[in-house]
Design a protein around this ligand. Structure first.
Ligand SMILES: C[S@@+](CC[C@H](N)C(=O)[O-])C[C@H]1O[C@@H](n2cnc3c(N)ncnc32)[C@H](O)[C@@H]1O
Length: 254
């Protein structure tokens, strides 16, 4: 994994610029994943719920969204066990993100979650945080039953090297060069995504128990045209980011 990716993080804390207070769009997507989680848990516990289950959220970030998927999974397991009169398993929650993520806030959210849960239920839940990249091994082989991830898998492990080598920016503010290179850029990012995603799947295949489940959402677009409606919305952001990146490169040169 490129070491520069390790230093990326969403805005920490709880103030008005924090990810915690600016992630309602992502929260909506997480809510749309809940029926998929329910189905996956039903399939996983169909015969009998295992005695203990490990659940992992990859790219949890911080704030209210950090625990949405894992707590929905815990609820789904308990609902399933109640419905089929099965003994509820002991549950271990793992929350993962890159090392510079605001894990202090995540730890407080986990403590609150556990406190509320322990007051209302006698089922055992333990939790831990795993700082690291999901493009690396995060847990031991065959040790996780359910993996979930929302709005994170479109983060690549690095920018495509071929573009860096040819000094082609992702978004060229010069319209002529941008149009000239648009196919090269789109194809390079598509190749990088394919490489990263294949690696991601092979790592999770090692970590999941036999019959384990993976549920994720990620940002994408339906059209193969990079200038489709979805990307137009990002044009302003792209210009600002490109400008910031150029200033950093210039500062390094000076
Ligand atoms: C847009 S946030 C989504 C957070 C949360 N899952 C949600 O739905 O609100 C993307 C998160 O993925 C994390 N992330 C990106 N690349 C990662 C990687 N390689 N390994 C682990 N986490 C990563 C980022 O640090 C960030 O917190």
């Amino acid at each position: 994994m490129a070491s520069e990716q390790n230093h990326l993080y969403m805005n920490p804390g709880q103030d008005k610029t924090s990810y915690a207070r600016n992630s309602t769009l992502q929260k909506t997507e997480q809510d749309r994943m809940k029926p998929l989680i329910e189905d996956a848990i039903t399939a996983l516990c169909r015969v009998a719920a295992p005695q203990s289950m490990a659940i992992m959220d990859l790219g949890c970030s911080s704030g209210p969204n950090a625990l949405t998927l894992t707590s929905a999974t815990v609820d789904a397991i308990h609902r399933h066990c109640m419905k089929y009169a099965q003994t509820a398993p002991e549950i271990c929650l793992f929350l993962n993100d890159l090392p510079y993520n605001d894990f202090n806030t995540v730890a407080k959210s986990l403590a609150e979650f556990k406190h509320c849960h322990d007051r209302s239920s006698h089922h055992v839940i333990v939790a831990g945080m795993i700082p690291g990249s999901f493009y690396e091994r995060l847990v031991t082989s065959g040790s996780v039953h359910f993996v979930c991830s929302s709005y994170s898998l479109h983060w690549l492990s690095k920018a495509p090297e071929e573009l860096a080598k040819r000094k082609i920016p992702m978004y060229d503010s010069d319209e002529h060069s941008r149009l000239l290179n648009s196919e090269i850029v789109a194809n390079a990012y598509a190749r990088q995504f394919r490489k990263d995603f294949t690696l991601f799947l092979s790592l999770r295949a090692e970590e999941l128990v036999l019959g384990g489940r993976l549920v994720f959402s990620l940002l994408g677009r339906c059209s193969s045209n990079p200038a489709s409606v979805c990307t137009q919305a990002w044009k302003l952001v792209a210009i600002a980011l490109n400008d910031m990146a150029l200033r950093v490169s210039l500062a390094y040169i000076e």
